[in-house]
Structure formats: C-alpha cells, structure tokens
Design a protein around this ligand. Structure first.
Ligand code: GDP
Ligand code: ZN
Length: 367
C-alpha cells in the first residue's frame, strides 16, 4: 500500500507548512511525554486505524521531518473498545520494534467523541479523539432535521470539544439565512455557519472559527468530504479514497482519517452517521441549556415537567416560547441517555495525571 498523499504532502513541507505543533502537539504534552522519550519512544498522532494496525504521523527523531509510519497497535489493544486507539489519538511509538514499529502507549485523551455502538450492545465507540471543535455538517439541500441536529449537538458537547453547526451546499438554496436562524434557535451557545464548498462561501470563516483539531460529523451526503477538500485546498479526500483500494484492488475498510491542513490544524473526516446513539453524560444538558434554565424556575427542584404545579417548563410550552417538538426531543434523548448511563458509569473518567503516571510506570517497566 502506498501513502503517496500524506508523505508527499509532508515531505514537500521543507517550508514547514506542516509541523508537529501544527498537528496539535503542545508544550504540555511534550513535558508529559519526557519520560517516554527517555525510554526511546516517539510521540505520534493516529491518522487512521485499520484492524490491529494504525497509520501514524510523527516527527522523525533524526531529521525532524514529518512522516507517516504504519504501526502495530495490538500492544495497546483493550477489551473495552473505548480504550482502543482511534483516529486523533496521541500515542508513543516504538520505532525500533520488530518486525514493525509498534504502539507502546496510548496517551490520555483531552476530548473524545463517543457514540453508542450500532446494535444492541451498550459499548461505546470513539469516533475521534483530541479534537477542539466538532463540526456538525448539515446539508441545506434538504429540510433540516432539527431532532437529528439536537442529537449531534448532545454528542458533540459530551465530547468536551466545542460544537459548530456547518450548513453546507449554500449555493443550492436561496433561504440559507432562514434555516440558519431556525438552527440557531435549537443550538443555544453554538455558532451556526453557512458555507458552500462549490463557491467557497463561508470557508474562510469556518477556518477561522475552527483552528486546531476538528472533526466533521454528520450524515452521509452532508458534504463532509467535499468540505474537507475545501479546507485543505486540494482534493485530498478523493486521493485518499483511491488509496483505500489496496494494490490487489480490494477495498479496505476506510475508517476515520485525519488530514493535516496547510498552515496548521487538522480535520478528521468521519464516515457518514445515519443514527448516533448517545453514550450518556452531561452533553445533553448542554445541548438543551434553555430547558435546563427553565427547569431551575420550577417550584419543585425534582420536577418531572409533566403535571406538577408551578412548572416553568410546562408554562413555556403553553405560551409557545418552548416548542413542543424540542421538549419531546429532549425527553426522548434523556430516556436514551439514562438507559446508557445506568449501564456504564463514567468509563471515560480519564484522570489525566493518574493515567500519565501509569503509562510512565509501564514504559519504565518494559524489558
Ligand atoms: P459526505 O458523504 O458527507 O462526505 O458528502 P460528500 O462530500 O461526498 O458530498 C455529497 C454530495 O454533495 C456530492 O455529490 C457533492 O458533490 C455534493 N456537495 C458537497 N458540497 C457541496 C456544495 O457546497 N455545493 C454543491 N452544490 N454540492 C455539494
Ligand atoms: Zn417543571
């Protein structure tokens, strides 16, 4: 398999259009990593996961140049899929491992977009790790499904990153601003942008609103890949899709891909999500902060907003300031969330320092 795209991109970067810092590596991470560096490990970021192996990008310890390396990720495999390496993760790579480089440690995550796995199991699935912004792509070409956007917003808030709703394909419609207002109405505290990859409208604003690492989520066909190309400025996604067919002409499973942006920042394109199940947590309260605020004015602090006297939520429903649709959406997601929360408590209670210490210990204990 050839990695033409990324290696060409990176090695033509003598002018440092791409740097390790531009990939999101910070001074803080660097300091935490020091004991691992002493143990001969190299920091890297996962750009792609592929059953037991990962493509990672790292700064070559000799030359400092960015390059991509395929590494064995089995050493950090875990029965809980949430703890398995994922696109966007920072890892410690043992470049000297034989027969191929291997991942010796998975570094604690700053943020993680986790959905409930498809199917009946209550496992979580990490869509992207360590992103600062979650870009929720919604096509303007169809009537917006507000309930679905609310669901994506809850998922995004829960990740610890900041959500932005990106209304795509503005060139296809004339009422983009009306839709934007509708969506703003259901997305308290969230920036809603109107863009067109076709005309370039809004792309610069989007770039400015989402520096650092971002992940694109949304339904298939929402325009995520096209938007990624627009952000990069070349057709990197098409090229990568071609690359996903290996030399035997088979399609390999293309999972999430991390793409470096010229001048700094990365974007992770996730595959289209038809339905996303929530995976518990406070994200829902964030996404419905208007209802949470109303509830503070209910007479009873444990008001269920169904039939209690002095219910501020019921009053808002009655006078129309809170649409019934939004309330139903909230209750539905809440039921789902509670069900999950009761089965899996705080599995991502990542105490950074504790994890770092454990990683450092395990690396030092290596033969
Ligand atoms: P993804 O499944 O979310 O990655 O969506 P794609 O990027 O593959 O886009 C789905 C379809 O929408 C493709 O046919 C694109 O050409 C089209 N599309 C994406 N962005 C735009 C846009 O800004 N304007 C127009 N007119 N079409 C777009
Ligand atoms: Zn109430």
């Amino acid at each position: 398999m050839s990695y033409a795209t990324l290696s060409t991109t990176f090695s033509s970067s003598a002018t440092s259009e791409y740097t390790f810092t531009g990939l999101g590596w910070t001074a803080e991470l660097d300091a935490d990593f020091a004991p691992l560096a002493e143990a001969g490990l190299t920091p890297a970021r996962i750009i792609r996961v592929d059953r037991g192996q990962c493509d990672v990008v790292l700064a070559d310890p000799e030359t400092g140049e960015l390059r991509t390396v395929r590494a064995d990720s089995r050493p950090v495999g875990d029965p809980d899929p949430i703890n398995c390496p994922c696109t966007g993760d920072w890892v410690a790579v043992d470049l000297a491992a034989s027969p191929m480089p291997s991942i010796a440690a998975l570094l604690p995550r700053g943020t993680a977009i986790i959905r409930k796995s498809a199917g009946s199991r209550s496992d979580g699935q990490v869509l992207a790790a360590n992103v600062d912004t979650v870009l929720i792509a919604v096509s303007l070409a169809a009537d917006p499904d507000l309930g679905r956007i609310e669901r994506f917003l809850a998922l995004a808030w829960e990740s610890g990153a900041e959500p932005i709703v990106v209304l795509t394909k503005a060139d296809l419609v004339s009422d983009a601003d009306f839709v934007r207002q509708d969506v703003e109405g259901i997305a308290p505290g969230v920036t809603v942008l109107v863009v067109s990859a076709e005309t370039g409208e809004g792309i610069d604003v989007l770039r400015a609103c989402a520096p650092g690492s971002s992940a694109l989520i949304g339904q298939s066909g929402a325009g995520k890949s096209t938007l990624t190309n627009a952000l990069v400025g070349t057709d990197v996604m098409t090229v990568q899709q071609t690359r996903a067919v290996d030399e035997k002409g088979r399609h390999t499973t293309t999972t999430r891909e991390l793409i470096a942006l010229p001048g700094g920042g990365v974007v992770i394109d996730t595959p289209g999500l038809r339905g996303v199940g929530l995976y518990g947590g406070e994200g829902l309260a964030h996404a419905f902060s208007d209802i949470e605020a109303l509830a503070e004015d209910c007479r009873f602090h444990d008001c269920s907003h169904r039939s209690e006297p002095g219910c501020a939520v019921a009053a808002a429903l009655l006078d129309g300031t809170l649409p019934q649709r939004r309330m139903d959406s909230y209750l539905k997601l809440q039921r789902e969330n509670e069900w999950i929360a009761s089965r899996s408590d705080a599995r991502l209670a990542a105490e950074r320092l504790k994890k770092w210490k454990a990683i450092t210990r395990s690396v030092k204990a290596r033969p």
